[in-house]
Structures are given as C-alpha cells and as structure tokens.
Design a protein. Structure first.
Length: 250
C-alpha cells in the first residue's frame, strides 16, 4: 500500500460521492488533500472527515465552469497546501436520459463546461508546478459509457470519451516531464449521482442484472484504483484506461 506523505493531491468535485471517498483515502494515506467543489457545505464536511481521521486538508470552493474563480481559489489553496503533485479530475454532473434531439445548445455547453472544459483547464492550471519539479500524476475520471457508448446519454458518453482522448494525448505530451496521465472508467457506482434515480427495489435489481460481479460498485472500489494509478507503484503506467465496472463493460 502506497503512502502519499509529502504529496499534495487536488481532487475536483470532492464534496460528495466518489470524490469524497478519494479525498478520504489519500488523506488516510498521509497526503495533503485540496478538497475542491462548488458545494461549500460538502467541502467542509469532507475536510472535517479527513482532519478527524488525523489527515491534512485544505478547502477550495469554486464552480469549475467559472475558470477565473477556479484559478483564484486554486492559487489560495496552494498557498497553504503546497503545489499540486496529483490531480484527480473527478467533478461531474449526471446527464439524465436525453435523446440527441432533446439536447439544446445551452445544455450541451453547460454539461461540457463541467466535464471536459473543467478537466482541461484544471490540468492546465497545475502543469507549470508539475513540470518545474518533473513530477506529476493526473487521473481523469471517465466512465464505462465513455468506452462503450450509451443510447440516450450521448452527451455523457461523449464527454467521458473526450477524457479518454485527453488521457492518451496528455500521456504522450507530458511523459518527458515525469508526469503520468491515466484514467479510471467506473461502471455503476452507488453515489448520490446514481442513487436518486432508482428508488424502487425492482428497478435497482434490474440495473444490477448486466453486471457479472452482481453488485453496484462502492466509491472505495474506485478510490483504490485511483490511488494505485497515482502511486509510485504505477510509475511505468501512462495513457491507460482502467475499467472498473464489475465486468459490465469488457
Ligand atoms: N456514480 C457512477 O455510477 C459513475 C460512473 C462513472 C463515472 N462517474 C463519474 O464519477 C465522477 C463522480 O461522480 P459521483 O457519482 O461521485 O457523483 P456526485 O454527484 O456524488 O459527485 C460529483 C461532484 O461534482 C461536483 N460538481 C458538479 N458540478 C460542479 C461544478 N460546476 N463545479 C465544481 N464541482 C462540481 C458536485 O457538487 C459533486 O460533489 C463524475 O465525473 C461522474 O461522471 C460516476
């Protein structure tokens, strides 16, 4: 099990769900975590949980769609937290089910601003310090639907496929700077994003049917994959997409 002591980890969208789970795992393994999200109460709760377990964390509240506010909040956070060694591009919103015709321009722009533009410019913001120190780990949170496609969620599948494209391109562009770039593509994970949409037990059972391992993933299942890709144990792995879907997409 890798230690992250002497590492600063920025996790976007860490007020809830998987982002909070990643933040708590990195904190428990000795890292200093910059907990970013648009939701201040959720950020405070994640920071509190890390500190109560003996870890170290800084809060960073910003809407990732507002790049100026994101950059200002990051500059403040690194003053106390130190330059970012590890970036996890995790912030996201659920797209719901929409046909191609149901997606209008405003919705498309807003959705892409969180998932794709947000991840691109968060990465751009941390690169100067990573390049200067010739060390960095970037983990982009994609989705099994970014690999396999999903009918009536093309905006989501397209955004997550874009993150896989970035992962491979950035891996090639940044390798000479000692920076690795990888992606985790989660399957169906039980978080606030997914649990709101299935309240009847029969709908939930139906959703689990195509998953060979027979269950939905827990956030910690994904956190272990993220932590491994961000660790020194994965120093020779870059441009990889780690599919963690219980076998639903192979
Ligand atoms: N839950 C799943 O089954 C699943 C599967 C595959 C991929 N994912 C992806 O994993 C990531 C985490 O999802 P989750 O299931 O933990 O969801 P979640 O809703 O619990 O967490 C997403 C976080 O992103 C934050 N966020 C949203 N818009 C933001 C903005 N404009 N600025 C800053 N923060 C913002 C939210 O406030 C929230 O805390 C997302 O990228 C999601 O697309 C989820």
């Amino acid at each position: 099990m890798s230690s992250f002591s002497n590492r600063t980890i920025l996790i976007t969208g860490a007020a809830s769900g998987m982002g909070r789970s990643h933040a708590e795992l990195f904190g428990a393994r000795g890292g200093h975590v910059i907990v970013h999200d648009i939701n201040p109460d959720g950020v405070a709760a994640t920071v509190k949980a890390i500190r109560e377990s003996g870890g170290s964390a800084t809060d960073m509240v910003a809407d990732i769609r507002d790049l100026q506010s994101f950059r200002t909040a990051l500059a403040d956070a690194v003053k106390s937290g130190g330059d970012v060694d590890i970036l996890v591009n995790n912030a996201g919103v659920t797209g719901g089910r929409k046909s191609i015709e149901q997606v209008d321009e405003a919705y498309w722009d807003d959705f892409m601003a969180v998932h794709v533009r947000g991840a691109f410019f968060a990465t751009q913001a941390v690169l100067p310090a990573m390049k200067a120190r010739k060390y960095g780990r970037i983990v982009n949170i994609s989705s099994q639907w970014g690999i396999a496609g999903s009918a009536f969620a093309s905006q989501y599948a397209g955004a997550k496929a874009a993150l896989i494209g970035y992962t491979k391109a950035w891996a090639k562009e940044l390798a000479t700077f000692g920076i690795t770039v990888n992606s985790v593509a989660p399957g169906y994970i039980l978080t606030p994003m997914t649990m709101g949409s299935r309240t009847r037990p029969e709908d939930y059972a139906e959703r689990l049917r195509p998953i060979p391992l027979g269950r939905g993933g827990e956030p910690i299942d994904i956190s272990y994959a993220v932590a491994w890709l961000a660790s020194d144990e994965a120093a020779f792995v870059t441009g990889h997409v780690l599919n963690s879907s219980g076998g639903e997409v192979i």
